[in-house]
Structure formats: structure tokens, C-alpha cells
Design a protein around this ligand. Structure first.
Ligand code: ACO
Length: 377
């Protein structure tokens, strides 16, 4: 923790700025509770739509409620012509997929009828935006969303044009559920600050996407996967990683500010990845990843004793999303597709408090300056 200077805490580290029933992060013991459930129990069993209901109503849905939610989301998936025109312009300008998501998310209000729910539209349309941008950027025809597919299955279908297998859908749902919320992280805080001004839900989520886009937050699971591909075969793992650590480089996918034991999300995603790869995938790659992880953790303990550097969520995110056929450019936008449900739930909590977030700034500038006219400067 940084030193306090007259009450100023850089980064607000250690400051409690909200109360929430959505998630609890216990870094020392490596536990993550999601809306009352240990993350492992919820993420691998719930459908994404069940998690949406749980987050917004604080209980699991019954069959009727679930069907209604699924139908409402499915109906709101198609994008307005204005959003598609903007995505075409974004492709022409070759913008990063997160920038395209940021721009297009702010157009969601254009396609909404007054009686349609912005929360549902945000959840329903972020995947359509990401998939449309991806296909336009690859010169592929757009895929119309299929209302008969679940939220997760439809996202994969819109990306690839082929309905996914049950194992692929389950793999993606487990990922989306795992990353749905994680305490008062930067993007969630951003969303809360915006909604607390009585601004609207779309503005809050656009702000959150802007925060997630930063490399310190949305992270880059891409480099973690690149390292595995660079290593290539297990016998190269030790010399490769040792050389990296000798050069003072960091191993992507290891270490965490809060977790000092293995990130609980890494465990769930490792299991989900194993299930996916056993059903559909490249077990040789999975075995290589397991071997690289083991070597990395033991060499980190050797080079950085006492720092407790363990596998974090990014390491298996990369492998899972790669196993689902996603390009690395889609990793952070896919994170947003999961996290948007948590952002919205935090906004609902913040609205119920109905208090603007307005901390203080400590003035450290000059006082009583003399005004010098322009001609004399
Ligand atoms: N590889 C090698 N050394 C590391 C790593 C790593 N991945 N992580 C930390 N260290 C070392 C640091 O060099 C430092 O060594 P020193 O004490 O000899 O100077 C020591 O461990 C402590 O590092 P800090 O930077 O103080 O740890 P902090 O808690 O601030 O950093 C962070 C956490 C940024 C995640 C860091 O572990 C890191 O850079 N990891 C790699 C990037 C990564 O995987 N990011 C995704 C995190 S998950 C998420 O954000 C969703």
C-alpha cells in the first residue's frame, strides 16, 4: 500500500468506496464469491442468462423467468443500421476491436424503442457488435443472430457462422460467468461513478468499456499464449523461461495484485479448458500449457522467493478462448461481454443508494499568484 499524505491515498488502495452483494474477492486465501456462490460452483453450472437474472434480482430464476429473459435478450440482439454503418467506418479506419466496441456501444440507444430496456439491450448487443466488427474486418458476410440459440452459443455462431458444439457453449459460458464480476475494479468503479450522477445506463457502460480497454485492466492474455507457442515443446519450457527471468522480464499470466495464492478463476478456467479440449480440442497443446505452468511457477519461486507468484486468470483465459477459436484480438472484447452484466448490476446497486460519488482532491498548487498581462509574459 502507498503512503498516505494528509489523507491522500494514491489509487484509492485499501479504501472501501462501495458496499456490494455481487462479489467478494479474498486475495490471501484465493477465494472468490459470486452473488453468494463460490465461483467454482456457479461458473461451471449456470447458463449465462441464469447469472444475468441472479445478478439483477439477487436470486436464480424459475423456468418462466428464465424463458422470458432468454426471449427478451434474443429479440434485442440485432443492431440498428446506424450501428452497422459505424462499424463499417471503424473497419475502414482499422481501429482496435475495443475501440470499435466503445464507439458502437454508444449507438445502442439509437435502435431502442422507448419501452425497451437499455440494460437488456446492452447485454444482448455487445456480442453482436463484437462479432459484426470481427466479420467485417475479415471481409466475411455478417451473420444474423439466431434467436433459438442461447446467448453464449449465439455469440460463437455470429463469429464463426457455425452453431457451436455443447462443449464449446459450455466452455464460453463458464468463462463469461467466471469474469462476470470482481469487486470494485477500475471499470466497475467507473460505471458506478457515472451512474451516480443520474446519468443513463448506456453512458455508464461506455465509460466502463473505456476503462477496461486500458492494458493495466483488460489485460493481455494474448502474450501469455504467445509465450506457450514460442516455447513450442515441453523440453524448451525450462530454458526459455529461465532465460526470460534472467533478463528480468515478467511472465504474462502469473502474479496478481490481490491474489497471493493461485487465482481461483485460473482453477475454474483450467478445468473448463480441460473439458473443452478433451471434447473438441488439441490435447497436446493443453498438456504443453500444463507443463509450462508447472515450470513457470517453480522458476518464479526460485527467482522471486517469497513473492508468491502464482497463475492468474489470464493464463487459462488465453487457452480457453483460443480453444474456442477466438483470435487474440477478441479476448478483451469477450471479457467485456461477460463483465457488462456485473457493471449493470453495480449500477443498479449504486442507483439504490442515490448518492453522487464526489471525493475530495488535495490542492498542492500555488496560491495568490500575480496576474501578468499577455504582452508582458
Ligand atoms: N513474472 C516475473 N516476475 C514477476 C511477475 C511475473 N509475472 N509478477 C511479479 N513479479 C515480480 C516483480 O518483478 C517484483 O520483483 P522484485 O520484488 O524483485 O522487484 C515482485 O515480483 C513483485 O511484483 P509487483 O509488481 O510488486 O507485484 P504487483 O502485485 O504490483 O503486480 C501484476 C501484479 C501487475 C499482475 C504482476 O504480477 C505482473 O506484471 N504480472 C504479469 C502480467 C499479468 O499477467 N497481468 C494480468 C494480471 S490478472 C488481471 O489483472 C485480470
Amino acid at each position: 500500500m502507498h503512503t498516505k499524505t494528509n489523507g491522500f491515498v494514491p489509487g484509492l488502495e485499501g479504501i472501501v468506496a462501495a458496499q456490494t452483494r455481487l462479489s467478494r474477492v479474498e486475495g490471501k486465501i484465493g477465494q472468490l464469491t459470486i452473488a453468494g456462490f463460490p465461483v467454482g460452483k456457479l461458473a461451471s453450472q449456470a447458463t449465462f442468462e441464469e447469472v444475468v437474472h441472479l445478478f439483477w434480482h439477487d436470486r436464480l430464476p424459475n423456468t418462466d423467468e428464465l424463458n422470458t429473459l432468454q426471449n427478451n435478450l434474443a429479440q434485442l440482439r440485432p443492431l440498428s443500421p446506424a450501428t452497422i454503418t459505424l462499424l463499417q467506418a471503424a473497419v475502414a479506419a482499422n481501429v482496435d476491436p475495443m475501440d470499435a466496441l466503445l464507439m458502437a456501444a454508444s449507438t445502442i440507444s439509437l435502435g431502442l424503442m422507448p419501452d425497451q430496456d437499455a440494460k437488456l439491450a446492452l447485454v444482448a448487443r455487445l456480442p453482436t457488435i463484437v462479432a459484426a466488427y470481427w466479420r467485417l474486418s475479415q471481409n466475411l458476410p455478417l451473420i444474423t443472430p439466431d434467436p433459438n440459440l442461447s446467448h453464449a452459443a449465439n455469440y460463437l455462431y455470429m463469429l464463426t457462422g457455425t452453431p457451436p458444439s455443447p462443449a464449446q457453449t459450455r466452455g464460453l459460458e463458464t468463462y463469461l460467468n467466471t469474469v462476470v464480476d470482481h469487486g470494485l475494479n477500475a471499470s466497475t468503479f467507473t460505471a458506478r461513478v457515472i451512474i451516480a450522477t443520474d446519468s443513463d445506463m448506456i453512458s455508464a457502460i461506455v465509460g466502463a468499456i473505456g476503462a477496461l480497454k486500458g492494458p493495466k485492466h483488460g489485460g493481455a492474455p494474448g502474450p501469455a499464449l504467445d509465450m506457450v507457442f514460442d516455447i513450442g515443446t515441453l523440453d524448451q519450457a525450462e530454458p526459455y523461461i529461465r532465460a526470460k527471468l534472467e533478463r528480468g522480464e515478467r511472465l504474462m499470466g502469473f502474479g496478481h495484485r490481490v491474489y497471493k495464492v493461485r487465482d481461483p478463476r485460473a482453477e475454474i478456467l483450467a478445468q473448463a479448458t480441460e473439458t473443452l479440449f478433451q471434447a473438441d480440442g488439441d490435447m497436446a497443446l493443453y498438456d504443453l500449457v500444463k507443463g509450462v505452468e508447472k515450470t513457470a511457477v517453480s522458476l518464479l519461486a526460485e527467482y522471486k522467493p517469497g513473492r508468491n507468484l502464482q497463475t492468474n486468470v489470464e493464463f487459462y483465459t488465453a487457452l480457453l478462448l483460443h480453444g474456442l477459436g477466438l483470435d487474440t484480438a477478441l479476448f478483451t472484447p469477450t471479457f467485456a461481454i461477460g463483465r457488462v452484466v456485473g457493471w449493470i448490476a453495480h449500477c443498479l446497486e449504486q442507483q439504490s443508494i442515490n448518492r453522487i460519488i464526489r471525493p475530495l482532491a488535495q490542492y498542492i498548487g500555488q496560491q495568490d499568484r500575480n496576474w501578468v498581462p499577455l504582452t508582458q509574459r
